[in-house]
Design a protein around this ligand. Structure first.
Ligand SMILES: *Cc1c(COP(=O)(O)O)cnc(C)c1O
Length: 393
């Protein structure tokens, strides 16, 4: 079956008492057992049955099963946010004295997780230009825990060469962990490109209209320690499992993901092409445009579509603020891949806490606006941008 069908047709693991057609929301903390022996088997992991909802819950497991069917993963774990998924995936591999080799372009909170939180625990982060494969090779040593990256960086829109980077990681016996949030896993196979562990902020495309926060760790089974540590250690001790209500909404979100994504990606491409013709916009950065330096690599890895995130550059910060203030349809908000189009000035918001020098090193510019293209009519989105670009302060 095709992925659009699988996303809708995943069967419930057992017959529901009332024949419910949607997976019910099991809002329960604990589960009752028939016998002491069954209880012992569940608690000791000899049988995979829910015993406590910090670790396992039927509604969350249903979402995990859907993602497993869609990705061909060995294990999927759902967490209460993308950051919780990233933290848990990294906690499998890091320990005091180890280092993470990663990109100099990363999501702001992931940078802070590594450079503040993990650095306090004696874990070093090596931020490298991932376009320089020799520099990546040189950065990896015997204390490297993993190679971590984002498939398309935001807001720089740099595309990682996953097969090449996976080969480097595997030569050294370390896993490649990839944050694939910006292109849905229904569009391409991270596993086929050599990714060992995929992390996704399901808050974005999957939640279906920014309904809830969530994160996924998608484990392709190449490093058995992932399943052992997450299932039997981290879920218990860290306690950041997804809530049943969020899992219910995100299961519904998965059902419409393919349909929503197709429209959003098409809108983004149409919009990017039209925005190139607007003289006030100095640059349009979208990997779906044929003249984008990463276009061919993106097509090779992710297929025909290029996501719904793009950036535009305007003359200076003042012009960017004026543009944002004059938007009438597009919302002034962070987040990505809502049904509604969103605009943000990353330099002064997401990257606000970082210093000017740090932002320059990360190639985050004062002139850039990030757009997340929604499901509205694309002509209306375009008209809103043009009127805001031309509005007099
Ligand atoms: C939003 C985002 C995250 C964090 O996810 P949350 O669900 O907000 O915790 C991580 N990586 C990328 C690329 C994101 O866009």
């Amino acid at each position: 079956m095709n992925k659009a069908t699988i996303a809708i047709d995943t069967k419930l693991p057992r017959q529901d008492a009332y024949g419910a057609i949607a997976m019910p929301v099991y809002h329960t903390a604990a589960y009752e057992f028939e016998t002491a022996k069954e209880m012992a088997n569940a608690f000791c992991g000899r049988v995979l049955a829910p015993d406590y909802s910090r670790v396992m819950n039927p509604t969350v497991m249903y979402l995990e099963d859907k993602v497993k069917a869609l990705t061909g993963a060995t294990n999927v774990f759902a967490f209460c946010s993308g950051m919780a998924a990233i933290t848990n995936a990294l906690l499998v591999f890091v320990e005091q004295g180890k280092n993470i080799v990663t990109s100099r372009h990363l999501f702001g909170n992931t940078v802070a997780l590594m450079n503040r939180t993990f650095s306090r625990l004696g874990i070093e982060t090596r931020s490298i230009d991932l376009l320089d494969l020799d520099a990546v090779r040189d950065a990896i040593d015997e204390h490297t825990a993993c190679l971590y990256l984002e498939i398309v960086t935001n807001p720089q829109m740099e595309v990682a060469d996953l097969s090449a980077l996976a080969e480097i990681a595997h030569e050294r016996g370390i896993p490649l962990i990839a944050d694939t949030t910006v292109i849905p896993f229904t569009q391409f196979s991270a596993k086929r490109l050599g990714v060992d562990v995929e992390v996704v902020s399901s808050t974005k495309y999957i939640s279906g209209g920014a309904t809830s926060l969530g994160g996924l760790v998608i484990d392709y089974g190449t490093f058995p320690v992932v399943n052992q540590r997450i299932r039997f250690e981290l879920l218990f001790n860290v306690g950041s499992y997804m809530s049943p209500h969020a899992a219910y909404m995100q299961s519904l979100g998965l059902e419409t993901l393919d349909a929503r994504y197709r429209v959003q990606a098409q809108n983004a491409l149409t919009l990017a092409r039209k925005l190139k013709e607007v003289p006030e916009i100095t640059q349009v950065n979208y990997i779906g445009l044929e003249d984008n330096p990463f276009h061919d690599l993106a097509v090779r890895q992710f297929g025909k579509t290029a996501g719904a995130m793009l950036t535009i550059d305007l003359a200076d910060r003042k012009t960017c603020f004026n543009f944002i203030d004059h938007l009438q349809l597009i919302r002034r908000a962070t987040n990505l891949f809502d049904n509604k189009s969103l605009a943000i000035h990353p330099y002064s918001t997401i990257f606000g806490p970082f210093g000017g020098k740090q932002k320059a090193e990360m190639d985050v510019r004062d002139t850039t606006i990030r757009l997340s293209v929604g499901l509205e009519d694309v002509d209306d989105i375009f008209e809103d941008i043009v009127q805001a670009v031309r509005a007099i302060p």
